[in-house]
Design a binder for this molecule. Structure first.
Ligand SMILES: [Zn+2]
Length: 186
């Protein structure tokens, strides 16, 4: 599994294979930048087998954390595992550190989703839930017509993954993204 590779396993043959594929694509060989990290197991529950992705570069089928790599001189993003991301950006240790932070965030997210919200004193036609995360105060407001608004300090949103929030679970995920943003890792 690529994610378990250590430096000694970053063999000449593996490196050569990755560089060969980039050349085949006519893509730059270096100076790629990671623009997003996706946890393939994010939506999984305990009972389902884990979801993995395939690395575009080395074809490893067991990628849990997908590093989305971008280059201004290439027409599309490339989705790879940790070591291949490190090769593309020229810094395997940086890619590993990013993945470690992401793993920790995924654990925090799991704990957050399982955590309790406190129902605040309701106002007219409004339900309000609150809690804290990393020292920040979070609110979920529910308006008639199933309209959800999420607030973390001065940041607010009414959307999750580009869609209007219409259920409590999506509101919880949106609250986590506000309180523990991916931007802190990238
Ligand atoms: Zn790979």
């Amino acid at each position: 599994m690529e994610n378990n590779l250590n430096e000694s396993e970053l063999s000449e043959a593996y490196l050569a294979k990755c560089l060969r594929r980039l050349k085949e694509w006519g893509a730059p060989l270096e100076d790629w930048r990671c623009v997003d990290l996706i946890d393939m197991c994010e939506g999984d529950d305990e009972d389902t087998p884990p979801t993995f992705a395939k690395c575009d570069l080395c074809d490893c089928h067991k990628v849990r954390f997908v590093h989305v790599m971008d280059h201004p001189l290439y027409f599309e993003e490339v989705r790879v595992g940790c070591i291949c991301a490190g090769i593309m950006e020229g810094d395997v240790l940086a890619a590993k550190e990013r993945e470690r932070l992401m793993k920790n965030r995924s654990q925090r997210r799991k704990n957050f989703v399982a955590g309790k919200w406190k129902e605040a004193t309701p106002r007219k036609a409004l339900r309000l839930y609150t809690r804290t995360h990393k020292g920040q105060k979070l609110w979920i407001s529910v308006y008639p017509g199933n309209r959800y608004y999420v607030r973390c300090d001065e940041k607010t949103t009414s959307r999750y993954k580009g869609q209007p929030i219409d259920n409590f679970y999506s509101a919880v995920y949106a609250a986590f993204d506000l309180a523990d943003p991916m931007e802190d890792i990238l």
